[in-house]
Design a protein around this ligand. Structure first.
Ligand code: KG4
Ligand code: ZN
Length: 339
């Protein structure tokens, strides 16, 4: 089954053609990041406008690279939630138009489910059930993936998402948006024990996260140093911050894996590109006899391929939309479309 999939939830306009949920026939991503960098973050109105300008060309290129035309497709898939509402609407309306004109089924895909599915493209042997740490710019969840379309959140962030925390800390240290990748690189040359940052705790839940205090701790240390007429060592601060965030993520994720007896662990979302998080997850899996999977770097960020992968399983579960499909800025990952 060949699915044309479209993603426009944030600042990448992307499309792909995916076969049977597992094989990438083409994947095209047009990023707007250089423009949003000027403002230190994504400007929703600009994002929507750029999606409008790019989407036709991106979809055409995805079809062309897959050596396909619309008549060879079996379905159209699109990210419908969660994300920036104006940005999502561009993809959703484009997909509805294609579905209406071709008569092909329209498959709505949850953005975080698609981040998880990025792993199916890279690891053909991976099948649910597994425990997944979904860490992106907008969300941080520990999710039981019981089946391809049956998920249960067991832990979530109470404030900032992990990616948001990385970006805010990086910004305090003068790095461009999105700062997570720059902070990760700088941390490679730093001493992770140089600065004492608190290990975030949430008192009434063993699996929930909190990252806003860490960001405040970084700001305070920068201010205290400048009041003493000193400069912080950026590499050391990045390394200390990265350690604090990844320790916090892994503490809860490993406890959940032990408590719920999962022996397959999966990382997903933009922050799964973090080199220390990948290393710690690997180490935990190796020392406890578990398997650990994460996407290749090219599939960690937003892309259309992951949408086409998840769409295949949504289609098999009959989660198909009609022309009444609407986008939504927020949506629980547990919710199946139409149910
Ligand atoms: O999943 P994603 O591409 O978009 C959302 O759905 O939010 O995630 C983007 C987030 C950004 O906050 C970005 O800074 C972060 O992922 N990120 C990283 C790294 N690469 C991307 N954070 C830490 N280390 C990285 N290497
Ligand atoms: Zn994303």
């Amino acid at each position: 089954m060949k699915i044309l999939s479209i993603e426009s939830s944030c600042d990448e306009t992307a499309a792909a053609v995916i076969e049977n949920g597992r094989k990438i026939l083409s994947s095209v991503v047009a990023t707007q990041v250089e423009e949003h960098k000027l403002y230190g973050g994504v400007v929703p109105e600009i994002a929507s406008r750029r999606h409008c300008e790019s989407i036709n060309g991106v979809v055409k290129e995805a079809l062309c690279k897959a050596d396909s035309d619309l008549s060879q497709l079996d379905a159209i898939a699109v990210t419908y939630a969660p994300g920036l509402i104006g940005a999502l609407l561009v993809g959703v309306n484009f997909a509805k138009g294609l579905s209406l004109s071709t008569g092909l089924p329209l498959i709505p895909v949850h953005h975080l489910r698609s981040h998880i599915a990025a792993n199916y493209l890279a690891h053909k042997e991976l099948e649910p059930p597994f425990l997944c740490l979904v860490v992106s710019g907008g969300h941080s969840h520990i999710v039981e993936v019981k089946d391809y379309t049956d998920m249960k959140i067991i832990g979530r962030t109470r404030d900032d998402a992990a990616g948001e925390a990385f970006d805010k800390a990086a910004r305090c240290m003068g790095m461009p948006y999105p700062g997570g990748i720059h902070l990760d690189k700088a941390a490679e040359n730093g001493n992770e024990n140089a600065y004492n940052l608190p290990l975030p705790r949430v008192s009434d839940s063993e699996y929930d996260f909190s990252f806003s205090g860490l960001k405040t701790a970084v700001i305070n240390q920068i201010h205290n140093s400048s009041q003493r007429g000193e400069e912080i060592n950026v590499n050391d601060m990045c390394a200390s911050f990265r350690k604090a965030v990844t320790d916090s993520l892994m503490k809860n994720f490993s406890k959940a894996a032990d408590d719920l007896r999962y022996d397959t662990l999966v990382l997903a979302g933009g922050v799964s590109a973090n080199s220390l998080l990948r290393k710690k997850a690997d180490e935990f899996a190796r020392t406890t006899g578990r398997k650990c999977f994460y996407p290749p770097i090219s599939l960690c960020g937003d892309n259309g391929a992951m949408v086409g992968s998840q769409a295949y399983y949504e289609y098999l579960a009959h989660h198909i939309a009609d022309m009444g499909l609407n986008a939504a800025a927020t949506m629980n990952i547990e919710k199946n479309y139409g149910i």
